[in-house]
Design a protein. Structure first.
Lengths: 293, 330
């Protein structure tokens, strides 16, 4: 079952495309990390999925419906926007009241238990909370709504490392407890590594790669060997990045098959190497032989 | 949604209603018994300004921030992602804000109308026009039910501009300018034609001429135009001398150039004034008449209802536009 399915999805702001030709399926029951440099289209994709934005081209279906098409659809999708907006002049208690009044599926016990566990004072105005507490409050509203899919746009960007760890831990507990699917964007690979089991890499408004983290790690290899032209690689080995020195060539390839060429020294990759390889090589093709010192 | 909207709007609503209650008490305690006596002049002008400005204030300080505050702080991202559509979000805001604005302006206008009734009655009987009768534009806009329509229109205009501009201060300024432009355009270009004005052709005699306007010329003053007496309490749209073909003449023909006395500094005596009037009445023999067009005092309520309907229709149009633009707002 897929919770999010996009076909040729694109979004244009005035003249420039923030997202183009995005075809993507996100299966249910996973935590999917959306990663990419600033301006790659992460927020746009999440906004389209939440129904905050209307697509300029293509289609997107979330939980079996058009995003933002009605109260029933809105109830199925939770969205915590960048910077976790809350009403500064409303108290924490009033935010819970807001959630209860605006959501038919509101889980008040869950919301109150979370607020108590995080240690937020219900009588405190949300404007007086710290960045981390605000993010927690916004996440509480998102979770207690009991959506099928929770979309989080840079939820930990404003948090210090400790608060970030707690926040993600908390998110993982909620996911495990309520079986919801999560799509979260971040440019902090370490955070994604901790919580995501699937990954979507966006570069230059396009989806570069999408898949399960384990699969991605299993199918990518770093090959190091004597300097040679990468055009001589077997056809089933897709080159992600290549680097030459005077004597050596280092290639990052994606392949399902084992590496048979004995001249290569084959190495494993960690998630960060993999993501950085995609981010720093948006062109994807097989670049000609050139010396990089 | 109702709870949230009221929670956000209660402070501005209660403060405006509190100020209205205060104004009501002041006016009730000071209502003039009969016509104007001078000491009421300050309150008269003050209440006029208050009714004139209240709709603009409601549009600028209720309508605009209601939208821009959410857009500027990003809380629209929060509220639009609860299980409530953005159309419903706007509908509830309008459903609470619009009646509150219309009632506020209506109550103030009716209280002021009641307070000023003795003055308006006196002004309606007075042909010397020391106070403007209530059908004339300035007083018309601050009496009766028209301010209800002004407030409704100003409020939705504030919301529409906020949706388009998205920034509080800019949206406030734009709302104010657009509202002022409409408020000027309607009495100048629309209201005179809502009901066809009463036209009258008045014979120029020494008795009907009320005044003569002169312009300084190379050798002494030159008569520019004539005014005749108009019906009490009317809104005069035209008071001009026309020739036999019905074309307005301005300045007056040279034939009456000699009627003005030679330049003098002494005040003109009454017999002298009668002589001047009689001289100008000679225009009648030359085929000239005075054309009058006006809205009589009895048209006050029909014009009020028409004005209310016009502004409510404008408000409905702007509301439709708001809902249309809301779909693409992000």
């Amino acid at each position: 079952m897929t919770v999010l399915s996009a076909r040729g999805l694109g979004k244009k702001y005035k003249r420039c495309w923030a997202l183009t030709g995005c075809t993507l399926d996100v299966p249910a029951g996973h935590v999917t990390g959306l990663v990419g440099p600033n301006g790659a289209g992460k927020s746009t994709l999440l906004g389209l999925a939440a129904g905050m934005l209307a697509p300029s081209s293509g289609t997107i279906e979330v939980c079996g419906g058009v995003p933002g098409s009605g109260p029933a659809q809105l109830a199925k999708v939770g969205f915590v926007a960048q910077n976790a907006p809350v009403y500064a002049n409303l108290t924490v208690e009033e935010h819970l009241r807001l959630g209860a009044r605006l959501n038919p599926g509101w889980d008040d016990g869950l919301a109150r238990a979370r607020i108590a566990r995080i240690g937020l004072d219900p009588a405190l105005a949300a404007g007086k909370l710290s960045g981390g507490q605000r993010a927690q409050l916004a996440l509480t509203l998102g979770i207690a709504k009991r959506p099928e899919l929770l979309l989080l746009d840079e939820p930990v960007a404003s948090l210090d490392p400790l608060a970030r760890r707690e926040f993600l831990q908390d998110l993982m507990e909620a996911v495990a407890e309520h079986g919801l699917s999560v799509v979260m964007s971040s440019h902090l690979v370490a955070d994604l590594e901790r919580v995501c089991d699937r990954l979507v890499v966006l570069v230059d408004s396009r989806v570069r790669i999408a898949g399960e983290v384990d699969d991605l790690l299993a199918t990518h290899r770093r090959l190091t060997g004597p300097r040679r032209d990468v055009d001589t690689l077997p056809g089933d080995q897709q080159v992600v990045s290549v680097r030459h020195t005077d004597r050596q060539t280092t290639v990052l390839v994606r392949t399902e098959a084992p590496i048979l060429d004995p001249s290569w020294d084959v190495g494993e990759l960690d998630l960060e190497d993999l993501i950085l390889a995609y981010l720093t090589n948006p062109g994807a093709g097989r670049p000609g032989l050139e010396v990089v010192r | 949604m109702t709870w949230l909207t009221w929670r956000q709007l209660r402070f501005p609503v209660l403060s405006v209603y509190g100020a209205l209650a205060l104004a009501g008490v002041v006016l009730a305690a000071s209502r003039p018994a009969r016509g104007p006596f001078g000491d009421q002049e300050l309150l008269y002008m003050g209440s006029l300004l208050a009714v004139l400005l209240l709709p603009a204030v409601l549009g600028v300080f209720w309508g605009v921030p209601m939208i821009t505050r959410e857009l500027e702080t990003g809380t629209h991202n929060l509220v639009w992602n609860q299980s409530v559509t953005r159309s419903r979000w706007l509908a509830v805001k309008l459903g609470i804000g619009l009646p509150a604005a219309a009632v506020a302006a209506g109550v103030l206008s009716l209280v002021v109308s009641w307070w000023a009734d003795p003055i308006d009655t006196a002004a309606g009987l007075d042909t010397e026009r020391s106070f403007e009768p209530r059908v004339t534009p300035l007083v018309f806009a601050v009496r009766g039910i028209a301010p209800i329509g002004y407030a409704a229109f100003a409020f939705v205009l504030g919301i529409a501009v906020a949706i388009l501009v998205r920034r509080t201060v800019t949206a406030m300024a734009v709302t104010l300018v657009v509202y002022a432009a409409v408020q000027l355009a309607v009495p100048l270009a629309v209201r005179p034609h809502v009901l066809p004005p009463v036209g009258e052709s008045v014979t120029l005699t020494a008795r009907t001429i009320a005044g003569i306007q002169t312009e300084p010329g190379p050798d002494g003053d030159v008569p520019e135009s004539l005014k005749v007496f108009t019906p009490a309490g009317a809104w005069v749209l035209a008071n001009e001398t026309v020739d036999a073909n019905g074309a307005a003449v301005r300045p007056l023909p040279a034939a009456v150039g000699h009627c003005l006395p030679p330049a003098q500094t002494d005040p003109i005596t009454l017999p002298e004034l009668d002589r001047i009037r009689a001289c100008f009445a000679g225009l009648d023999d030359l085929g000239y008449r005075q054309h009058l067009a006006y809205q009589p005092a009895s048209r006050f309520w029909p014009l009020q209802w028409a004005e209310l309907a016009l502004y409510l229709a404008l408000a409905a149009l702007v509301t439709w536009f708001c809902f249309r633009r809301l779909r693409t707002l992000s």
